[in-house]
Unconditional design. Structure first.
Length: 814
C-alpha cells in the first residue's frame, strides 16, 4: 500500500530496489507503478519470490507534512507567543500507507525498527522505548516493536515536556508545568494494573506514553506504547475542567489501555470485526474506571451512555449487524464508516449482556484463555466464542448459537410479557412501527433472550426465551407486579399487559425504592420508546413521570429529562408550550433544590430548571455571568455548572455579554475552553448576534475549522437561532459545500431541520432539494431527502400525540 507519497526513482526508473538476504537471489524488477484508486504500489517481478527466503525491499520517498490529521501530519500551537510545530501520526484505519509504504492490513503483523532524525531541541517518541541518541544529527533510535499491525504504528516529534515514570504523560511544556497531566498520571498506572489482573496477562512493553495533541481527529488512538490523545481527552485542569471532563479523561484512558490487549495483542483479522476491538474496549473501559473511581457508579452509567445510544440507533430499519461479511467492508470509506454507534455502543452493550449471563469471573477467565492462545495473532469472533465455550456453565445453547443471533442480525427484540396468561413473546423492535428492516436476517429477527426478572421485589430464576412465543407459568399473576430485564442486563426492551403496567406505576408512586435504580430509569425509557413505536399510549409513558417529585436518584432523572426535553423541543413553537412550562415547573419545583445538588454530580438538570423558568435558576445564572465579566480571572462559578450558567447568562444578556465571550474565544488556547465558548455564544436571543456568528463560521480566521459543525448545530438548537440557521444554509449552501470540507453537509442540515414538523417547513425542504438538484449536486439532494423523511415523521408524531399530551397536562395541572 502507498498513498500520497512521492518516490525517488532508481536509475532504471523503478519505485523500489529488491535484494536478497542470506544467500537468496532476488528476482529482477520488470516494472513498478502506483495504483491511485486502490492505493497500491505495484512491483512486478520477473519471477516469483520464494517462500521462507528473506528479501530486502528499499524505497526512497517523500510525503507532505500537511495539517490534515491523517498519516504523518503537522499540528501547531503557540507557547509564549511562539509558534511550535508537532509532527505526529494517526494511522488507523488505513493511513499508515500515507506515512510509509507498507502491507497496510491488520492481519499482516510485523516488527518495526524505527529511527527518527529530527531537529535539535525536539524529542522523538515512537512505539518502542528510545535506545540512544546520536547527538550530532539528533537521531533517535527505538527498540524494535512487538509483532504488531501497521495501524498501531506511531511516531511524534515535538518540543514537549513530560512527567516521567514507566507511564509518561506528554504535553505542551506550559500544560505540564501547570499540572494538567497530573490527573492522567494518577490513574493511568492504576488502570493498567487493573487490566493486567482482569485479563490475567502482563502488559508486554517497558513503557506506556500518553501524549496530548492539539490537532487530533479522533478522541484518542491506542498506538501500542505511544497512545495519542486530543488535549481534552488527556489533560485535566482542576480549576477550569468539569466533572464531566474528568469522567471523559478517565473513560478515554481506560478505553485506550483496554486496547493494549484487545486490539493490539490480539487483533481482528479484518475490519469487518472492528466491533471486537471497539465494543470490547468500550465495555471494559467502564470496569477500569470503576476500579479507580469506585464512588462514581460508572458501570450503571454505561446503560445510559452506551445501551440507550445503541437502542436509538439500532431501532432504525437502516441499522446494520455488528459483524458484517468481509465483502461489505473493502474500501477505506467502508472501513471508516464502521467507527459508529453500533460498533462502539451496541458492541459494548452486547458484551455486557454476555458477561452478565456468564457472570463476570467466568467471562474474564474465558478472555484470559483467548488472549493467551491468540497473542500476537489475529482472530475472528468465532475464536472468542470458542474460548468462552470452554469455560461456560449451564447455558441452554452454545455461546455461538446465542451470540450469533445478537451480532449477525441488526436490531434487538422487545419482549412482551402478559401476566394474565404467563405468555411471553418477542418482536424485532423498530421505532417506526410501520417500517420493515432494510435487510433480511439469517435468524428471521428472533433472538435467544436471557430474561432476568423479579416479582414484587423478589429476584426470580433467569428464564431463556428461545422461540418467538413461549409460556412461563411463574410469570402468571393478577396481583403482583412483574419486572423483567432487571438492571438492563440484556440488550432488549420490555412491554407488559396494561394491568401489570398499572401495578408497576402504583409501586413507583407508593415506594419506588423496591425497584432497582437502573430499572426505574429503564421503565421510563422503555415506556417512552414503546409509545413512540405505537405499542403503548403516550399517556401511559407520561404517567411514568408522575412519581419523579419523590425521586432522589440521578439515573431515573437523567432518563426522564431526556424525554421531557424531547417534548419541550417538539412543542416549543406551539400553543402547548405554555402549559408544558407550568407543568414542568410543578414537577421540578419541588425538587429543583435537590437538582442543583445533582448538578454537582454532573446531571444536566439545571438547564431543565432554567428552561422551565424556575425563577431562582434564571436569577442566579444572570448574576453569576455578570460577576464573571467583572472579574474574568477569578471565576466564582462551579466548573460543572459553567456551560449552563454561561449559556443562560448570555441568553439573558445583550451584546456586551456576547462580545465578552467572543473575545475570550478568539484568545483561547485551551481546547476545552474553546469548545465551551463556541457553545455559549450560540445561546444569545439576539438575531443580529446569531447572524454575525453564523457568518463567522465561513471564515477560518474567525471560527476554527474544527468548530464549524458545532456552531451551526448549537445555533440551530436555539429557538431563535433555528430559523436563522436555516435561512443561512439556504443562502450559503454552495459556499458551505465548497469551502467547508470539515463540516459535513449532512450534519449541518440534520441539526438545522430536525425539529421541522409543519406542512410549510416540508414545502421549504422540497424546494430546497429541487434547487440543489438543479445545480447538479445529486448526492447532497439525497441528504435533503433524509430531512424530508424526518419532517414527515415529526408531522405524524404531532398529529398523533398532541391530543394525548394536552390531556395529560390537563390532568397533571388539575
Ligand atoms: N481506535 C480508536 C481511534 C480511532 C477512531 C481511529 C476512529 C480511527 C478512526 C480509539 O480507540 C477510540 O475508540 N477512540 C474514541 C474514544 C473512546 C474513549 C471511545 C474516539 O476517538 O472517539
Ligand atoms: Zn477504541
Amino acid at each position: 500500500h502507498s498513498n500520497k507519497l512521492n518516490y525517488t526513482l532508481t536509475p532504471e526508473g523503478h519505485h523500489a530496489k529488491l535484494t536478497g538476504l542470506e544467500g537468496a537471489k532476488a528476482p529482477a524488477i520488470n516494472k513498478t507503478w502506483l495504483e491511485v484508486e486502490t492505493q497500491y504500489l505495484v512491483i512486478q517481478l520477473s519471477e516469483t519470490l520464494q517462500v521462507g527466503k528473506i528479501y530486502w525491499l528499499y524505497m526512497e520517498f517523500q510525503g507532505e507534512l500537511a495539517n490534515d490529521l491523517r498519516g504523518f501530519y503537522r499540528s501547531e500551537y503557540f507557547e509564549d507567543g511562539v509558534k511550535k510545530v508537532v509532527a505526529t501520526t494517526q494511522m488507523e484505519p488505513t493511513d499508515a500507507r500515507k506515512a510509509f509504504p507498507c502491507f497496510d492490513e491488520p492481519a499482516m503483523k510485523a516488527v518495526f525498527h524505527m529511527t527518527l532524525i529530527h531537529p535539535s531541541g525536539t524529542v522523538a517518541l515512537s512505539n518502542g522505548m528510545e535506545m540512544g541518541k546520536n547527538q550530532n544529527v539528533l537521531q533517535t533510535k527505538f527498540k524494535p516493536t512487538l509483532k504488531m499491525s501497521t495501524y498501531l504504528v506511531a511516531f511524534v516529534v515535538s518540543e514537549y515536556s513530560s512527567i516521567r515514570t514507566a507511564v509518561r504523560i506528554w504535553a505542551r511544556r506550559t500544560a505540564i508545568e501547570a499540572g494538567h497531566g497530573d490527573y492522567a498520571l494518577s490513574i493511568t498506572g492504576r488502570i493498567l494494573d487493573f487490566f493486567q489482573s482482569y485479563y490475567n496477562s502482563k502488559y508486554p512493553l517497558p513503557k506506556s506514553d500518553q501524549i496530548a495533541l492539539r490537532d487530533f481527529d479522533a478522541g484518542a488512538m491506542e498506538n501500542w506504547g505511544l497512545i495519542t490523545y486530543r488535549e481534552t481527552s488527556l489533560l485535566y485542569d482542576p480549576i477550569t475542567s468539569s466533572n464531566k471532563d474528568k469522567e471523559w479523561v478517565s473513560t478515554t484512558i481506560a478505553h485506550e489501555l483496554a486496547h493494549m490487549w484487545f486490539g493490539n495483542l490480539v487483533t481482528m483479522k479484518w475490519w469487518n470485526d472492528l466491533w471486537l476491538n471497539e465494543g470490547f474496549a468500550t465495555y471494559v473501559s467502564y470496569l477500569g474506571v470503576d476500579d479507580v473511581q469506585p464512588t462514581w457508579n460508572i458501570k450503571d452509567l454505561m446503560v445510559m451512555t452506551e445501551t440507550h445510544k445503541a437502542f436509538a440507533f439500532d431501532s432504525n430499519k437502516f441499522s446494520h449487524p455488528l459483524s458484517l461479511p468481509e465483502e461489505e467492508v473493502k474500501t477505506p470509506a467502508q472501513i471508516n464508516a464502521l467507527f459508529n454507534t453500533i460498533t462502539y455502543s451496541k458492541g459494548g452493550a452486547v458484551l455486557r449482556m454476555l458477561s452478565e449471563f456468564l457472570s463476570e469471573p467466568v467471562f474474564a477467565r474465558g478472555l484470559s484463555a483467548y488472549l493467551k492462545q491468540f497473542a500476537y495473532g489475529n482472530t475472528v469472533y468465532t475464536d472468542l466464542w470458542g474460548k468462552l465455550q470452554e469455560v461456560q456453565v449451564n447455558l441452554p445453547a452454545t455461546i455461538s448459537e446465542i451470540m450469533n443471533r445478537w451480532i449477525l442480525q441488526m436490531g434487538f427484540p422487545v419482549v412482551t410479557i402478559d401476566t394474565r396468561t404467563g405468555n411471553i413473546t418477542q418482536n424485532h423492535f423498530l421505532s417506526d412501527a410501520d417500517s420493515k428492516p432494510s435487510r433480511s436476517s439469517p435468524y428471521n429477527y428472533e433472538w435467544f433472550v436471557p430474561i432476568s426478572w423479579m416479582k414484587n421485589g423478589t429476584v426470580m430464576d433467569r428464564y431463556w426465551l428461545l422461540e418467538k412465543n413461549a409460556t412461563h407459568d411463574p410469570l402468571k399473576t393478577n396481583s403482583e407486579w412483574v419486572l423483567a430485564n432487571v438492571n438492563v442486563s440484556g440488550f432488549y426492551r420490555v412491554n407488559y399487559d396494561p394491568q401489570n403496567w398499572q401495578r408497576l406505576l402504583s409501586q413507583l408512586s407508593t415506594d419506588h425504592s423496591v425497584i432497582p435504580v437502573l430499572s426505574r430509569a429503564q421503565i421510563v425509557d422503555d415506556a417512552f420508546n414503546l409509545a413512540k413505536a405505537n405499542m403503548i399510549n403516550m399517556s401511559l409513558a407520561l404517567r411514568t413521570l408522575s412519581y419523579l417529585s419523590e425521586e432522589r436518584e440521578y439515573l431515573p432523572w437523567q432518563s426522564a429529562i431526556k424525554h421531557l426535553n424531547t417534548f419541550i423541543n417538539r412543542f416549543r413553537h406551539t400553543e402547548v408550550n405554555t402549559k408544558m412550562q407550568v407543568c414542568l415547573l410543578q414537577i421540578i419545583d419541588n425538587t429543583h433544590r435537590l437538582l442543583f445538588k445533582f448538578q454537582n454530580l454532573g446531571l444536566n438538570a439545571i438547564s431543565l430548571a432554567c428552561t422551565a423558568g424556575v425563577e431562582d435558576c434564571l436569577d442566579l445564572t444572570k448574576m453569576w455571568y455578570r460577576q464573571w465579566m467583572k472579574n474574568p480571572d477569578k471565576n466564582p462559578i462551579k466548573h460543572s455548572m459553567r456551560s449552563t450558567v454561561y449559556c443562560n447568562g448570555i441568553a439573558a444578556g445583550g451584546s456586551e455579554e456576547w462580545e465578552f465571550a467572543w473575545n475570550l474565544y478568539k484568545k483561547s488556547v485551551d481546547d476545552a475552553e474553546a469548545e465551551l465558548l463556541i457553545y455559549i455564544l450560540s445561546c444569545t436571543r439576539k438575531p443580529e448576534l446569531l447572524n454575525r456568528y453564523l457568518n463567522y463560521m465561513l471564515d477560518p480566521n474567525m471560527v476554527q475549522k474544527k468548530h464549524v459543525n458545532y456552531v451551526i448545530r448549537h445555533v440551530a438548537n436555539n429557538v431563535v437561532g433555528q430559523p436563522l440557521a436555516w435561512d443561512f444554509i439556504r443562502a450559503n449552501w454552495s459556499n458551505i459545500l465548497k469551502e467547508q470540507k470539515h463540516a459535513s453537509f449532512f450534519t449541518i442540515l440534520y441539526f438545522t431541520t430536525k425539529s421541522f414538523s409543519t406542512e410549510v417547513e416540508l414545502k421549504k425542504l422540497e424546494l430546497f432539494k429541487e434547487e440543489i438538484n438543479k445545480a447538479g449536486f445529486g448526492t447532497e439532494a439525497l441528504v435533503v431527502d433524509e430531512s424530508i423523511t424526518i419532517t414527515k415523521e415529526n408531522m405524524e408524531w404531532m398529529q398523533k400525540n398532541k391530543g394525548e399530551v394536552m390531556q395529560w397536562l390537563k390532568e397533571e395541572l388539575a
